[in-house]
Design a binder for this molecule. Structure first.
Ligand SMILES: [Zn+2]
Length: 90
């Protein structure tokens, strides 16, 4: 049975590009053992505008620090140092 020739698909979409950050753990680099939730300004660079925590594969944070980071962010949220989610507009 002859199949009609499928039109060739256009070239694949390029892989999702996250904003380029250096791919190494900045906490390891600075030799930080425990991430302080009170330093909300530092934590701010690891959360999105929507309040989501950036995954480790984006920031390059190691597993050890990513776990601490998420904990710290959650603590900071609880202490109202950073917001939970961006309030919807309209
Ligand atoms: Zn690390």
């Amino acid at each position: 049975m002859l199949r009609p020739n499928k039109p060739s698909r256009p070239s694949r979409f390029p892989k999702k590009q996250y904003f380029s950050k250096k791919k190494y753990c900045s906490f390891c680099k600075d030799r930080i053992r425990f991430i302080d939730y009170k330093k909300s300004s530092e934590l701010g660079s690891y959360i999105l505008e929507t309040g989501k925590i950036l995954p480790a594969r984006v920031t390059g944070t190691c597993a050890y620090h990513q776990k601490q980071l998420s904990k710290a962010i959650k603590q900071a949220r609880h202490m109202a140092l950073i917001k939970f989610i961006e309030s919807r507009r309209g």
